[in-house]
Unconditional design. Structure first.
Length: 336
C-alpha cells in the first residue's frame, strides 16, 4: 500500500472561532506534525466566492484563517499549506471534470437542494431564485481540489460527506472513460471531534451569529463568555453537566483531571457566574501565546503572503505536470 494523502480545505468566509478551533484547526495542526503522513491544507477562496461574500471580507478572512493556522503552529515544512486560487491548475481541472459530471448528480447535492427548499418554502415561483452556477457547481470545484493532489483521505465534517462521494463518482466516471488517471478518495469522518455550541446553545456557526472568535482580545473574550446561555439555577443548587455549554467548552480545552474536578463543582452547585470566570481564565491562558503571534501576522500580512506562495510552489510541483497528463488523456494535446 502506498502512503495515505490527506487533504483539507477551509472556506475563507468569516473569522476563525472556537468551534472551528476545536473541530478542525486543532486536530488538523496535530496531524500536520505527523511525519508518517502526507498532508495538504488549503484556503478555499474560490469556494468562498460561491457564497457571495463581500470582496473585502473574503480577503480579510483569508488573512485571518491563514494567520490562525500559522500562529497555532501548523507545520508548513511537513505539510503543504497553500491558497486554492494560487493553484491555477484547479479551475482548469474543474472545467475538465464538468465534462464528465452529470447535471443530475449536481441536482442531488444537499447544499443546492437546501436553497431550493428554502425558496419553495418561502413561496417563490422560481425554485432556483438567487442560485448562481458557482453554488450549483461547488462540488465539482471541490472534486478538483481533492483529485488534483491524488488525495486518498479527506477529513471533513458530516455535512461534506456527500461532496466527497460525488468526487468519487466523478473520478470513477472519468477513469472509466479515459483510463486510470485519478485516485479514488474517501471521506475521513471523525465522530470523536467535538462540535461546540455557541452563545445561544445552538451549534457555533457564523450563520447563527453565536460565535466566539478564537482570537478575540481578552476583554471581548470575557464579555462573550459571560453571555453564554445557562439555565436559571441559583448558586448552591446542583447542576447538570449534560447540556451545559459552559461545561462542554471547558471540556474541549481542559485535561481529564480538571474536567473531573469541574464535574464535582457542578454537583456542589457552582454559580454560573463563577463557572464563566473559570472558563474565561482557562481559555484565555490557553490561547494567549498564539493570540500574540496571530496579531503579529495579521498586522504584517506580507509574512503570511510569502508563506502561502511558498506553499503554492510546493503544491504546483504536483499540479502542473499532473494537469498536463490529464489534458493529454482527454485529447488536449500539442499538435506535433
Ligand atoms: N466545502 C468545504 C467546506 O465548506 C471546504 C472545502 C473546499 C474542502 N474544498 C475542499 C474540504 C476539499 C475538503 C476537501 O467545509
Amino acid at each position: 500500500m502506498s502512503q495515505d494523502i490527506y487533504l483539507t480545505g477551509i472556506t475563507t468566509t468569516g473569522t476563525p472561532h472556537i468551534g472551528n478551533y476545536v473541530g478542525a484547526i486543532r486536530p488538523g495542526i496535530a496531524a500536520s506534525k505527523d511525519k508518517s503522513k502526507k498532508n495538504f491544507y488549503f484556503l478555499a477562496d474560490y469556494h468562498a466566492l460561491a457564497k457571495a461574500e463581500d470582496p473585502e471580507r473574503i480577503n480579510r478572512s483569508t488573512l485571518e484563517i491563514a494567520a490562525a493556522w500559522l500562529a497555532l503552529g501548523l507545520d508548513t515544512e511537513n505539510a503543504v499549506f497553500y491558497r486554492q486560487s494560487d493553484i491555477e491548475e484547479i479551475p482548469h481541472l474543474t472545467w475538465i471534470l464538468s465534462s464528465v459530471t452529470a447535471k443530475g448528480l449536481m441536482n442531488r447535492a444537499h447544499s443546492y437542494k437546501a436553497v431550493v427548499q428554502a425558496n419553495e418554502e418561502s413561496g417563490n415561483r422560481d425554485p432556483d431564485k438567487g442560485i448562481m452556477m458557482a453554488l450549483y457547481c461547488y462540488p465539482i470545484l471541490m472534486a478538483a481540489d481533492i483529485l488534483m493532489f491524488k488525495s486518498t483521505k479527506v477529513p471533513v465534517g458530516r455535512d461534506q460527506k456527500q461532496h466527497v462521494e460525488m468526487t468519487r463518482d466523478i473520478a470513477q466516471r472519468f477513469n472509466h472513460r479515459y483510463g486510470d488517471i485519478f485516485t479514488i478518495p474517501e471521506a475521513a469522518i471523525s465522530d470523536s471531534t467535538a462540535v461546540l455550541a455557541g452563545l445561544d446553545g445552538r451549534k457555533m456557526s457564523k450563520s447563527y451569529n453565536n460565535i466566539i472568535p478564537l482570537f478575540a482580545d481578552e476583554k471581548s473574550l470575557r464579555k462573550l463568555i459571560m453571555k453564554i446561555k445557562t439555565n436559571s439555577l441559583e448558586p448552591g443548587e446542583p447542576k447538570d453537566t449534560a447540556g451545559s455549554t459552559l461545561y462542554d467548552m471547558y471540556k474541549a480545552f481542559a485535561t481529564e483531571e480538571e474536567v473531573k474536578n469541574i464535574e464535582k463543582r457542578y454537583a456542589e452547585g457552582i454559580a454560573w457566574g463563577e463557572m464563566k470566570q473559570v472558563l474565561f481564565e482557562y481559555i484565555n491562558e490557553h490561547i494567549k501565546p498564539a493570540r500574540d503571534e496571530y496579531q503579529r501576522l495579521v498586522d504584517d500580512p506580507a509574512i503570511v503572503e510569502k508563506k502561502l506562495l511558498k506553499g503554492a510552489e510546493k503544491a504546483r510541483e504536483i499540479s502542473v505536470p499532473y494537469l498536463d497528463e490529464i489534458r493529454y488523456a482527454v485529447g488536449i494535446r500539442k499538435l506535433g
